[in-house]
Structures are given as C-alpha cells and as structure tokens.
Design a protein around this ligand. Structure first.
Ligand code: EPZ
Length: 419
C-alpha cells in the first residue's frame, strides 16, 4: 500500500456520465475463505481488484493455496492446501482474516492466527465468533496477539448470537458446514453478504435452511465440492455514488447492478435526500438537482441503512438547507469523519451516538486525512461540494475497498487526480 499518495478534487458543478459498479468486497472475502472447505479449483468472477482481496490471497497462499487474479477473475486452487499458522504481520492488515478461522477448523481441526486488524471504527471484538466456536467444541486460547484454536471434532450446536454480527455469522456458518450433526444459529445476521455466502456454500453441497432469515439451520457434511461464484455488485460502492448524487446536480447512468433488491434501503434514503432513481434494463438512472433535503437518519442492521454509508450520508447532509441528524447504532466509535469535515468548515456536534449536522454551511476546500475506508471515500465526496480544491491524504485506506475512485469520478466529469 502506498501511504504517500493523495487525491486532489475540485468542487463539481454537475455529475454527468456512466459509472460501472465493481464487485462486492464484503461478499468476495468470505467466499474466498469458504473455498478452503473443499479440495479443488474455484473461479470467482467479478472480483474487485482491491487491496483487501490481495491480502486475502496472500493469507490463502500461506496455506499453500494457489491464487491468481487477473481482469476481475480470481482463481483459487486449494488442492495442495496444507495447514500453517497465519502470521500477525498479515492478519493485522485485514479484518476478514478472522474468517479463515471457521474454514481452517473445518478443514484441519486447528487454526492459529494473528488477531485481525481492519479499519479503526470501534473496538471490533471477536467474542461472538469465539463464543460460538467454543459451543462447537473448540478450545480457544489467546496469547498476546495470537489466537490458537483446536478441536477434536467440530460438533453441531445451537447458538444464539447476542448481536447479529456479520463476521461471526459467516465464521460460524463455515465451521458448521464442516461440523458433525446439525447447527442452529439464532440471531444470525441477514445482510446480503450472508445470503450470498449461504448460496455459495449450498452450491458446494452444503445443507442450509432459513437463508435470509435470522435462524440458520446447517447440517454438517463431508461431501463438499469446489464451486465457481459470480460475485454481486458492491452495494456500498453503489450507495456511495447514489448518496453523492444528492449533493451535486446529477444525471448518472449506473451499470453493473443486475438486481436492485440489495440496494433498496439505500435507494430509499437517497430518494429522501432528493435523488430520483429509475431502474432500466441495463442501468440505473440517477438524477438530482443537487439540493439536499435535511432529515433525521439512523444506521442499523440490514435491511436498515448501512453503517458503512454513514460517513457519506453525514457529508452530504452538510449541504442540506436545514439541520439534520445521524444516529450510529452499529459501531460505538464511527465518527472519525467529523474532525476532517470540520477542517472543511462543517459544523457537527456529536452527542454519544448521535451527530447533529448544521445545514446551510458552505464547505471550503482544505487538506484532510483518510483514516478508514468509508470515511476516506466520504472525504472525496466532501471535496465535490467544497469550494476550490480539497486534498485527501492517506488514500491507501480508500484503495482497500474502492478499485479506483478517481477513475469512477472521472467518468462523471469530475476534476480529480492522484497527486
Ligand atoms: C462487516 O464487519 C463489514 N466488513 C463491515 O464493513 C460492516 O461495517 C459491518 O459488517 C457491519 O455491517 C466485512 O464484511 C468485511 P460485525 P464485521 O461483526 O463483520 C460488534 C467496510 O467498510 N461485535 O457485524 O466486522 C462490533 O464491535 C467494513 O467495508 C461484537 O461485539 O462487523 C460492532 O459493533 C467496515 N463482537 C457490531 O458487532 C463480535 O464478536 C457489528 O460488527 C463481533 C462483532
């Protein structure tokens, strides 16, 4: 990752053009972990060419898995996979490194890995992952930053997640597929990424009931076969550009979205802000006058408004004529955007989990710093509505999840460049 690169963006008078939405980061990462459950070759199409995927490939390679990524097609060959501990130097670069826990335990009955890293958006413990695994007959030891897990055999169980954690649900699903007997996960996450993972596991021969609900019933099986996967579009990247359109007069065609089902909650919010979205056969038409309607918003678990888009929403609301509020209910510390938006002249007051955003303020270009993926993307959006030029530094965070935000905004006529 290049920590020196920055992006310079000029205030935009309009957004006009066609933008192609990349494949989903948060879907492909667990699917990559799931390939370990079989011995064979799996091809993943529409794979985003992003830093997090590269790191996941390096992690799989530590396990003697062969990976090759070219032109959005990722090939994973697990035929010669063999057990190794995963070093902290790699696991700390990616939150999803922890997702290898479930599939390693299913394949080798043991897993030793450094604690996961990822974006600093809160405490991000993994207690729910581990509590579920303990219920499945796993011994867990944490020494400094190294997590060691071992099981004589994975035993199906009934487990109620105290919070519908996306990662814990994914990890426990993968472990349950390789467990003896039946596992019932209650209070499971229902995010599109979980539905996609379940469908992928089913395509490998897994037996899962309740897909799309908060009760997942998994029957362990040894008969899995490798399977290919066509990745869905990235709903958070699409959502970034949908919300962005609220703040600048826009006439955008968005392609790569085969089905808007996973995007409905985001479209609803964009509509409230003043964006008009129409689905055509081959694209979404996105139009707005660039006048943001103020409102009170709240993040939540799917199908509510996603926490990942909260920084973009806050940014856009700085342009509303009246005051607005955004309440964050998923992460306890996800307001890193506020400090940077204030450098651009925004007025935001945070009281516990609620941010009050003063409307009718003209933002001024300045140098701001990306400190996590979505906050970084939101700062690029902020640059579009700030007078003059805005420079966003530390953009390696953005590269973790957006293939090329500069390319995308170029397609809409924005004056934007790497500097
Ligand atoms: C996934 O993270 C996403 N990451 C995140 O997107 C997203 O913000 C998050 O889900 C919520 O939608 C990936 O899919 C790779 P969680 P995850 O476990 O699985 C608490 C992005 O920008 N919790 O659902 O790590 C936790 O602290 C990223 O693309 C526990 O208390 O999220 C948080 O408050 C950022 N104990 C809440 O649950 C646990 O064991 C939700 O976390 C696990 C989680």
């Amino acid at each position: 990752m290049s920590s020196l690169k920055a992006i310079s963006v000029k205030e935009a008078g309009e957004l006009k053009g066609t933008i192609e939405i990349q494949g989903s980061k948060n879907t492909v990462l667990p699917v990559m972990a799931a390939t370990l459950l079989t011995s064979g070759i799996s091809v993943i199409y529409n794979c985003p060419m992003i830093e997090d995927v590269q790191v996941m490939c390096r992690l799989l390679e530590c396990l003697h898995v062969k990976t090759s990524l070219a032109e959005h097609t990722l090939t994973i060959d697990t035929r010669e996979a063999s057990y190794e501990p995963l070093p902290y130097s790699l696991t700390k670069r990616l939150r999803s490194s922890v997702l290898l826990l479930g599939s390693m335990l299913a394949r080798w009955h043991k897993a030793e890995l450094g604690m996961p890293g990822g974006c600093a958006i809160g405490l991000r413990p993994i207690d729910i992952h581990l509590e579920g695994l303990v219920k499945m007959n796993v011994d867990v030891n944490l020494h400094k930053e190294i997590l060691s897990c071992e099981t004589y055999y994975l035993q199906g169980c009934e487990y109620h997640l105290r919070f519908p954690s996306v990662g814990a649900t994914e990890n426990l699903l993968m472990a349950a597929v390789g467990a003896k007997g039946r596992t019932i996960l209650r209070g499971a996450a229902k995010e599109p990424e979980i539905i996609e993972l379940c469908n992928y596991l089913v395509s490998m021969g897994a037996l899962i009931e309740g897909i799309g609900t908060d009760v997942l019933i998994i029957k362990g099986t040894k008969e899995l076969v490798s399977s290919d996967y066509h990745n869905v579009y990235d709903r958070i990247v699409a959502g970034t550009y949908l919300l962005m359109a609220a703040a600048v007069p826009s006439d955008i065609k968005m392609t790569g979205i085969e089905d808007i089902h996973y995007l409905k909650n985001i479209i609803q919010t964009a509509s409230k802000l003043g964006v008009n979205v129409i689905k055509f056969d081959r694209y979404l038409s996105i139009q707005s006058l660039g006048k943001v309607a103020a409102g009170d918003f709240e993040t939540g678990i799917y199908p509510e408004f996603p926490t990942d888009l909260q920084p973009v929403l806050m940014t856009v609301l700085a342009k509303a004529v009246q005051d607005s509020s955004v309440t964050e209910t998923v992460f306890e510390n996800r307001f890193a955007i506020v400090k940077e938006l204030e450098k651009l002249n925004a007025r935001i007051q945070v009281k516990e989990q609620k941010a009050l955003i003063k409307g009718n303020i003209k933002l001024q270009g300045h140098t701001v710093k990306a400190t996590d993926l979505r906050q970084g993307a939101a700062l690029v959006v902020a640059g579009l509505i700030s007078k003059g030029y805005t420079t966003i530094t530390d953009i390696s965070y953005i590269e973790r999840g957006y293939e090329d935000i500069v390319r995308d905004l170029h397609c809409l006529g924005v004056d934007i460049a790497y500097v």
